[in-house]
Write a protein that binds this ligand. Structure first.
Ligand code: KG4
Ligand code: ZN
Length: 338
């Protein structure tokens, strides 16, 4: 089975073709970074127009890369939400048009489910597993018990962790998008212990997150310096921030693991997904935590952590296998909790 996947929920326009034998036959992603950089963040209207302009060409390129034609495609899956609604509409309409023209099944995929199931595309991961889903819009701990069966153990009470990276990058004058730039700056730190930052929620009951205090503390350090930041200041602050995030994550994931194992004594895998899962410091910390608890740690390759269409095609395949498809009058959903 060859499934065409389409992703347009934020600032990446993407198309991919994935088989039910877990082969990624094509995976093209067009970043709109240059369109949004002058504004310091994603502008929804610009994003929607860029998706509209590029999506057809990307689908054609995915077909070319895979050596297939539309006649070889067995189903079409598109992100149906959550996300910036203009972009989601573009992807869903395109997928519906192809499905209608070729008489193919259509699947509207929850973007978060795409991230959540990626580990099953790249690795042999069985249900149940504990998932840390960390992206620009989300920060959740989920017990993944099956396709469409997610139990939320914790979530952020304010900012998503990717958002905290992006805002911190802005405070440090590093640019956008923040995550990779903070990681890069942190790697050049000379005194990572120079700035003290809080560890919000650490030691507290439950598995929720909070990041706004961390961001405020970074701002306070910047103000207290009372002069323009040097590259060394930026690097040291970035490193302090990244370590604080990793400490918070390790504490929260540790608690969630205990809850998860109580419920599923046979569950033996910790998975991390979403754009922030590309962060090497965070990956290393989580790998260490899993190791200490005798668990397997699975993190998809960096390219499949950030937004892509292979994960959408794969989530479509998982749903199709269960006989689940969506009608062509499916309405795109700006909000769509898992
Ligand atoms: O999953 P994603 O591509 O899009 C959403 O669904 O939100 O995640 C994007 C987020 C951004 O906030 C970006 O700054 C963050 O992931 N990110 C990172 C890294 N790469 C991307 N955060 C920390 N370290 C990274 N290397
Ligand atoms: Zn995402």
């Amino acid at each position: 089975m060859n499934v065409l996947g389409i992703e347009t929920s934020c600032d990446e326009t993407a198309a991919a073709i994935v088989t039910d034998a877990r082969e990624i036959r094509a995976d093209v992603v067009l970043s709109q970074l240059d369109d949004h950089t002058p504004y310091g963040g994603v502008v929804p209207e610009i994003a929607a127009r860029a998706h509209l302009e590029h999506l057809d060409g990307l689908v054609r390129r995915a077909l070319d890369d895979s050596g297939l034609t539309l006649a070889d495609i067995d189903a079409v899956a598109a992100t149906g939400g959550p996300g910036l609604i203009g972009g989601v509409i573009v992807g869903v309409m395109t997928a519906k048009a192809i499905a209608a023209a070729r008489g193919l099944p259509f699947v509207a995929v929850n973007h978060l489910e795409g991230h959540a199931l990626t580990a099953r595309l790249t690795d042999d991961v069985a249900f149940p597993y504990l998932l840390l889903l960390v992206s620009g819009g989300h920060c959740q701990l989920l017990s993944v018990e099956g396709v469409g069966r997610y139990r939320r153990l914790g979530t952020t009470i304010d900012d998503a962790v990717g958002e905290a990276f992006d805002k911190t990058a802005k405070l440090l004058g590093l640019g956008y998008p923040g995550g990779p730039l903070v990681e890069k700056a942190a790697a050049t730190a000379t005194d990572p212990g120079r700035f003290e930052l809080p560890r919000p929620m650490v030691g507290r009951p439950g598995c929720d997150f909070s990041f706004s205090g961390l961001k405020t503390a970074v701002r306070r350090h910047v103000e207290e310096l009372g002069r323009p930041l040097t590259d060394i200041d930026r690097a040291d602050l970035a490193a302090a921030f990244q370590t604080a995030v990793a400490d918070v994550m390790a504490d929260r994931v540790g608690r969630a693991l205990a809850l998860f194992r109580d419920r599923h004594p046979q569950g033996d895998t910790l998975v991390v997904a979403g754009g922030v899962a590309a962060n090497r410091t965070l990956r290393a910390r989580l790998a260490g935590l899993a190791d200490a608890r005798g668990l397997r740690f699975v993190a998809p390759p960096l390219r499949l952590c950030t937004d892509n269409a292979a994960m959408i095609a794969w989530a479509g395949i998982e749903r199709l296998r269960l006989g689940q498809t969506d009608p062509l009058d499916f309405a795109p959903r700006p909000r769509w909790p898992l």
